[in-house]
Design a protein around this ligand. Structure first.
Ligand SMILES: NC(=O)c1ccc[n+]([C@@H]2O[C@H](COP(=O)([O-])OP(=O)(O)OC[C@H]3O[C@@H](n4cnc5c(N)ncnc54)[C@H](O)[C@@H]3O)[C@@H](O)[C@H]2O)c1
Length: 252
């Protein structure tokens, strides 16, 4: 049990990766606060983790609303009095692939709000809880597109911003016993992605990526969850400010 007696907040816990992380952490003994804008979905995640012997609560939150993030952390403080781990996973690409001249201001803002600003505010609230306790593990969801991605401008900017922000956190919070790291997956097979693309287009994308990635397949949510577990556990006690590429060797 690598997270025995730890309290862990997972945002995006109704999604493909978030649910896998929530189930993985609960299986390692953590009390999981499963949060998502999709209240039904994160309640389902809670049922699944309870069915496999885990425990926690589900809290619907829109991470683009500062007031809701503050309320979430206030609830955690009142209920548990501490927070050991936060994994900021809620996110997604709000801007359809476009030429740079066609960047839409509203879509760009939505990408920055959902992916970057939400992460910054969640980490601010986490630091307020973690600093006084002298312990904390922050894991932020970037993406392999942090390196740059053709026609994915604001999403890659947001995910690159998460990496820079995470390094700044690591530099500032290390002395308080808090580590901050980021995950950068290549393509992960999640139900939402498959549904959005449709089976046929998804299959073409999956095949194309599988041929390109040296390990010959795309990632599963569980691949990502195991890396989140590593960074949230004492196995990564001396690792901070890093980005872990979960890419099957893509972009080497
Ligand atoms: N799937 C991939 O290939 C891939 C690759 C790299 C990075 N990522 C990142 O991983 C994270 C999880 O994505 P996923 O693949 O599991 O997709 P997903 O769509 O299954 O999960 C995203 C979750 O975020 C939630 N969410 C969306 N807006 C929200 C809001 N305003 N407030 C709170 N929750 C909100 C959704 O309800 C959903 O449950 C995202 O940050 C995504 O950018 C995904």
């Amino acid at each position: 049990m690598r997270l025995f007696e730890k309290t862990a907040l997972i945002t995006g816990a109704a999604g493909g990766i978030g649910r896998a992380v929530a189930l993985c952490f609960a299986g390692e003994g953590a009390t999981v606060i499963a949060s998502d804008i999709n209240g039904t979905g994160c309640a389902e995640t809670l049922v699944l983790l309870e069915q496999s012997g885990g425990s926690g609560i589900s809290v619907p939150v829109d991470v683009t609303k500062e007031v809701e993030i503050r309320e979430l952390y206030r609830h955690i403080r009142e209920r548990y009095g501490r927070l050991d781990i936060v994994v900021n996973i809620a996110g997604g690409d709000c801007e359809p692939s476009a030429e740079v001249e066609e960047i839409d201001y509203l879509n760009m803002s939505a990408n920055l709000d959902l992916n970057l600003k939400s992460c910054i505010i969640s980490c601010r609230e986490a630091a307020r809880l973690m600093k006084p306790q002298g312990f904390g593990k922050i894991v932020n969801m970037s993406s392999l597109v942090y390196r740059g991605s053709p026609n994915q401008f604001s999403y890659s900017a947001a995910k690159g911003g998460i990496y820079a922000f995470t390094r700044s956190l690591a530099l500032s919070l290390g002395r308080y016993g808090i580590t901050a790291n980021a995950l950068a997956p290549a393509l992960v097979e999640v139900p939402a992605f498959v549904a959005a693309l449709g089976a046929e287009r998804w299959e073409m994308l999956r095949k194309e990526c599988s041929q390109r990635y040296p390990l010959g397949r795309v990632a599963t949510p569980e691949d990502v969850a195991r890396c989140a577990l590593f960074l949230a556990s004492d196995d990564a006690a001396f690792i901070t400010g890093q980005i872990l590429e979960i890419s099957g060797g893509a972009r080497l």
